[in-house]
Design a protein around this ligand. Structure first.
Ligand code: BG6
Length: 485
């Protein structure tokens, strides 16, 4: 169970709060993790009828969670924690003082300020918290991604927040780091003796990190059209996954040690500049197509205007260090792709010498597939002899570890895990300012070069695996994408 705490959610009735934060807190309530005295403050510009709002939240949570997971008495104790506050962040009025007085009833408690707001409001919000004496030594602030639009704006925002909160009280959330399989990657690498000796360019041919989504804009038109796939997914989720795959073992599993190792990976990422974007990157935008037999509109139709924003990116990246010299990391993400799937695929080199003759069939290289979603698990593809055959025939067979089958009650709620970590003041699954900065420093020149070199945004049909150029990026290296399945 957590210690006593108060959590204040700015944007408390917004999309993120309803879809992720409240369900995550409610799951913690159901699991008995929340301290009985903990309070949840939901802030919004206008709060009308509180009973109606509670009923709306109840309905929302019941729909999200399975019926039998929501016993009435648990809902009551959750509802009792909730306090609504109407507050306009841009206005300084007595309502800030009101919030301050509520929090001051328990000065000793840990306080979490969750800024589920546009990043342009982070500075003002922190300043107002400070001016109304709400920031105590036990306070932390949670910032949502993407933090800024480029390196410069991200630095500005970080500096504004940094005026009021020390770095070790700033939790930059990247929900991919809360996914079970992502953490399992650390267990796989550092709790097993058999992988580490192979985890380098002598044995690994290349790595693929791919997050494909079936969804399109989901109504987030204004946000997404400004961001695009590079800022929305690559700058944060994909580069964080890359860091965890490629980093050296930290000397202990603690925030500072992990962050130090991740930083070294980001520093070693080879820049992609100027015309290199044409041979190392592909960007695309979906057009109308068929998804699971149903026609869906293209990006521009969903948006209702013209735009050059990419909904798909593929990149061939390199990490210039001893471990990864000569190993390409192929990164890919896109919306309206054929299947929802997030995977890290480690492709090993072929055996040193093939002792089988041609009649045994093709000798495929080993592959380790670490699947983050939809079915979390790992699969090792190895070669075996076909059974019941007199002659030697080889076949690739999977060794499967399905987390759902192996672990009972698997519940992979990334936000639940991360919120509990914030409450417990554990920074190990959150990005440091320097990580975000280095990630921007790698991503910015690519986006600038796209614009300068007039790199085209290639159309791809919704329901496909992206533009043909994405497959060609690997084919030209005699490789191909692992497309789910
Ligand atoms: C978010 C992005 O960070 O991650 C969304 O803003 C994206 O555009 C989402 O859809 C994907 O998360 P998940 O957990 O569904 O893969």
């Amino acid at each position: 169970m957590t210690q006593e705490f108060d959590i204040v959610i700015f944007g408390g009735l917004g999309d993120l709060s309803l879809r992720k934060l409240l369900p995550a807190l409610y799951r913690s309530e159901l699991a008995g993790h929340l301290h009985p005295e903990a309070r949840i403050f939901l802030l919004a510009r206008t709060i009308n009828d509180q009973q109606k709002l509670l009923a709306k939240i109840n309905k929302w949570l019941t729909n999200q969670l399975k019926e039998n997971e929501c016993p009435e008495e648990k809902w009551q104790s959750f509802a009792n924690r909730i306090q609504f506050c109407s507050l306009d962040i841009t206005k300084i009025d007595e309502r800030w003082q009101g919030l301050s007085e509520c929090l001051a009833q328990h000065p000793e408690r840990d306080r979490v300020f969750y800024l589920s707001l546009p990043p342009s409001l982070y500075g003002t919000t922190c300043e107002n918290l400070n001016n109304h004496n709400m920031i105590s030594a036990q306070s932390r602030v949670v910032l949502e991604k993407p933090l800024g639009y480029d390196q410069e704006s991200a630095n500005d925002i970080n500096s504004q927040v940094g005026r009021f909160f020390p770095e070790d009280a700033i939790f930059r959330i990247d929900h991919y780091l809360g996914k079970e399989t992502v953490q399992n990657l650390m267990a796989l690498r550092f709790a097993n003796a058999m992988f580490e000796p192979l985890w380098n360019g002598r044995h690994i041919d290349h790595v693929q990190i791919s997050i494909s989504e079936e969804v399109g804009l989901e109504g987030r038109t204004a946000f997404y059209d400004q961001a695009g796939a590079m800022r929305d997914m690559v700058q944060n989720h994909i580069l964080q996954l890359l860091c965890l795959v490629a980093m050296e073992p930290p000397n202990q599993l603690q925030a500072n040690s992990i962050r130090t190792e991740k930083l070294k990976v980001l520093q070693a990422l080879r820049p992609i500049n100027g015309f290199e974007v044409q041979s190392h990157t592909v960007r695309g935008q979906y057009v109308e197509g068929l998804m699971r037999g149903k026609s869906v509109p293209g990006y521009l139709d969903e948006l209702g205007s013209d735009s050059n924003t990419e909904t798909f990116v593929a990149i061939k990246a390199h990490i210039d260090n001893w471990r990864w010299a000569g190993v390409p990391f192929y990164l890919r993400t896109g919306k309206r792709l054929k299947e929802r799937c997030a995977e890290i695929v480690i492709n090993f080199k072929p055996v040193a010498h093939n002792v089988f003759d041609g009649s045994a069939g093709h000798l495929s290289s080993n592959q380790l597939v670490i699947r983050l979603q939809p079915d979390e698990g790992m699969q090792m593809k190895v070669m075996a002899k076909e059974l019941n055959k007199f002659e030697m025939r080889l076949q690739e067979v999977p060794l499967n570890l399905s987390f759902a089958d192996t672990f009972e009650n698997i519940r992979s709620d990334a936000y639940q895990r991360l919120l509990l970590n914030v409450i417990e003041n554990d920074l190990s699954l959150f990005a440091h300012r320097d990580e975000a900065d280095l990630a921007w420093a790698w991503v910015d020149p690519i986006m600038n070069a796209w614009n300068k070199c007039g790199s085209p945004v290639l159309p791809y049909e919704a329901g496909s695996w992206g533009p043909d150029a994405s497959a060609a990026l690997l084919h030209s290296d005699k490789r191909s994408w692992h497309n789910g399945g």
